[in-house]
Design a protein around this ligand. Structure first.
Ligand code: NAD
Ligand code: DAU
Length: 361
């Protein structure tokens, strides 16, 4: 039985990945989820699997080398899937240090601990041990509006925000371990995810939540920045496929071939909400294009991201399966069914975050 050490498994993509893996492998694998439970980590995301015998949660900080070393010493870890990070660009613009701490130092701690556990006296590694570093397309910087340009694995690394600079640094550390020690790792660079359990600081859940309450829908700048949206379960599947079938030492881009301007996304959400809300539901009156509010742009706002997923398709056979029109319905349906989840994550600290982040816009 393979043992996985998943970091950041209580966050958005990590929790979707854990659900996906248990759905796929059931009792053939064991998962240890290590998460510090920051504002973004939520054990409610894992409620339906928390009692599984092949699942363990450990609350720990990935920057704590002693705690991470202990987990490797006590468990024969076969796979590391490293999600844990500070993930929100706007927060990184206000407070960059914690991004360097968690994303760079935390990755160094994870790499060091895995190397110490897996390295043999002759400097080679124990067979069938693998580390996957989950990264972002933002490390490649920004593309022009011209829709013929794409990010490839060979594109120059050119991050702009403190978040993307910290992720690019962590990618470079993983590359350094691969190049220096022949450490058995892969890096994946994925585009924007959406789906269940996404924290409403990110565009799609924020717009869904605000629209249902008749609150303003803040659009940064001219609303024409482009993101390449991927349904989160497709990302989870890609991570598993890269880890099992990818060539060790390689980087793989993951993307949805689904480029949309932010303003288009907002219109689609409003239309889909109207379609899905039953007649007579009081929220139907609130959901309106009149809520769209253009606000001050994000500092250093990257214009366009677009992934060319050619390599992962050709070498591994992965492709994005969920069309945006279907994925957004699944996402909205999930939020309808999980009103308490949204209420819980938007009470308390979130209100302060929202006021601070949007007051000057
Ligand atoms: P998230 O913010 O929802 O979750 C991050 C998780 O990491 C949380 O559970 C949090 O508690 C945990 N964490 C944070 N600091 C920690 C620390 N010091 N020690 C242990 N745990 C810690 O993030 P997400 O959107 O799920 O992103 C997960 C990963 O995927 C990140 O590495 C991110 O860079 C990458 N990524 C995200 C997207 C996206 O669209 N969201 C796209 C591509 C790549
Ligand atoms: O590309 C992958 C990245 O996608 C991940 O690495 C990051 O972790 C993830 O947060 C995401 O980054 P973005 O900055 O692209 O996502 P966000 O949801 O914050 O914003 C999406 C777009 O919407 C972006 O152009 C900014 C805009 N936006 C966002 C918010 C929160 C608005 O116009 N209004 C908003 O209120």
């Amino acid at each position: 039985m393979r043992t996985y050490l998943v970091t950041g498994g209580a966050g958005f993509i990590g929790s979707n990945y854990i659900h996906y893996m248990f759905k796929k492998y059931d009792n053939e694998i064991r998962i240890i989820n290590v998460d510090k439970l920051t504002y973004a980590g939520n054990l409610e995301n894992l409620k339906d699997i928390e009692n599984r015998e092949n699942y363990t949660f450990i609350k720990a900080d990935i920057c704590d080398s002693e705690a991470i070393g202990k987990i490797f010493a006590e468990n024969d870890i076969d796979r590391v899937v490293h999600f844990a990070a500070e993930s929100h660009v706007d927060r990184s613009i206000k407070n960059p240090e914690v991004f360097v701490q968690t994303n760079v130092l935390g990755t160094a701690v994870m790499l060091n601990a895995a190397k110490a556990a897996w390295e043999l006296p002759d400097g080679t590694f124990r067979p069938d041990k693998k580390f996957l570093h989950v990264s972002t397309d933002e490390v490649y910087g920004s593309l022009p509006d011209d829709d013929s340009a794409f990010f490839y694995e060979t594109s120059p690394i050119d991050p702009h925000s403190p978040y993307s600079a910290s992720k690019a640094s962590s990618d470079m550390l993983v590359k350094a371990y691969i190049d220096t020690y022949h450490f058995p790792a892969n890096i994946t660079n994925c585009s924007n995810n959406y789906g269940p359990y996404q924290f409403p600081e990110k565009l799609i859940p924020l717009i869904i939540n605000n629209a249902l309450q008749g609150k303003n829908l803040p659009v940064y700048g001219d609303g024409k920045n482009v993101r390449d949206w991927l349904y989160v379960e497709d990302h989870a599947k890609a991570i598993d496929m890269v880890q099992e079938q990818g060539k060790l030492g390689e980087r793989y881009n993951i993307g949805g071939h689904n480029e949309k301007q932010n303003i288009e996304i907002i219109h689609i959400i409003l239309e889909t909400l109207q379609e899905m809300l039953p007649e007579g539901d009081p929220r139907k009156e609130l959901v309106s294009e009149k809520l769209i509010t253009y606000v001050t742009d994000r500092k250093g706002h990257d214009r366009r991201y677009a992934i060319a997923p050619d390599k992962i398709k050709a070498e591994i056979g992965w492709y994005p399966e969920t069309m945006f029109k279907d994925g957004i319905k699944l996402t909205i349906a999930w939020f309808f069914e999980h009103e308490d989840w949204m209420k819980n994550v938007t009470s308390g600290d979130y209100q302060k975050y929202y006021t601070d982040m949007y007051k000057d816009r």
